[in-house]
Design a protein around this ligand. Sequence first.
Ligand SMILES: NC(=O)c1ccc[n+]([C@@H]2O[C@H](COP(=O)([O-])OP(=O)(O)OC[C@H]3O[C@@H](n4cnc5c(N)ncnc54)[C@H](OP(=O)(O)O)[C@@H]3O)[C@@H](O)[C@H]2O)c1
Length: 317
Amino acid sequence: MTYRRCGRSGLQLPLISLGLWHNFGDVDDQSVARDMILHAFDAGITHFDLANNYGPPAGSAESNFGKVLASDLAAHRDELVISTKAGYHMWDGPYGDGGSRKYLIASCDQSLKRMGLDYVDIFYSHRYDPETPLEETMGALDTIVRSGRALYVGISSYGPKHTREAARILKEMGTPCLIHQPKYSMFDRWIEHGLTDVLEEEEMGCIPFSPLAQGMLTNKYLNGIPAESRAAKEHGFLRPDALTMERVDQIRLLNDMAAERGQTLAQMALQWVARIPAVTSVLIGASRVDHIDDALGILEAPEFSESELQSIERILN
Ligand SMILES: NC(=O)c1ccc[n+]([C@@H]2O[C@H](COP(=O)([O-])OP(=O)(O)OC[C@H]3O[C@@H](n4cnc5c(N)ncnc54)[C@H](OP(=O)(O)O)[C@@H]3O)[C@@H](O)[C@H]2O)c1
């Protein structure tokens, strides 16, 4: 594994991190989930990303991860970087959603209990909440660190302006913002319009999520929607109508180009995300152990030439 330093911190993250958003909930096969976690760790993927609401049902990915920690990884806690988040709807009533101090601290305590942990390594505000003063949300993150519930804090999906403000507030409090977790892939490039500049200026790490556009940037959907795929699942989040004919044509061209480079499309797409200097780690999802092995292929892959990058631009445009 290659490790990259996370912004201006002492923490290094693996170039590939594993997220437990899908395929680790109670609806999923727990033996496959356990195999994926252990296989990843054996390959040097030391960072596992969770959130309070991952499942389904919400909370179950944390509980299931906690079981694997207890049964297999208890002796390795200090070799792991475990993150969780709060910000989206988690429980009913006014206190289980958003960015309030009330929600974030209660949710962090619930996450620790579900995973059987004393602390998480990184706790995130999962999204910007326009109805809560940013000082309150960042103050809650600061409290979470000072009370020993987390070692570092991060923010997810904040735009450039709120990222800069959050960084300033946290710096003043003495709890620097370690990392930003934005969506980024060949099919969603919003971070290139201002956010990466802010992250570099603020010396913050960056861990893009859904780098495969939830599986679209693989060979999976070239011939329709397979039954076990995310696009076929009711709780899958990837809507089948995202796979338009134009999209599939584009995927086919990218797939051909990856083959010319001697790699899979998944590898080319991950490597393309990792090409950005601001990126610390690429946060993948997987439903099978071989998805993790496929991702690990980027560690050996040749760099992109200028003309290859231009060819990708032409396909994407
Ligand atoms: N902060 C946030 O708001 C936020 C939001 C979303 C995600 N995240 C984080 O980011 C992580 C990754 O997100 P993601 O799961 O959407 O990432 P992704 O890497 O874009 O998609 C993962 C999916 O792609 C398919 N796949 C992966 N490797 C493949 C391969 N080699 N060949 C064919 N198909 C392959 C699998 O789909 P199938 O299941 O169809 O096999 C897998 O579940 C999440 O687990 C979570 O930790 C954060």
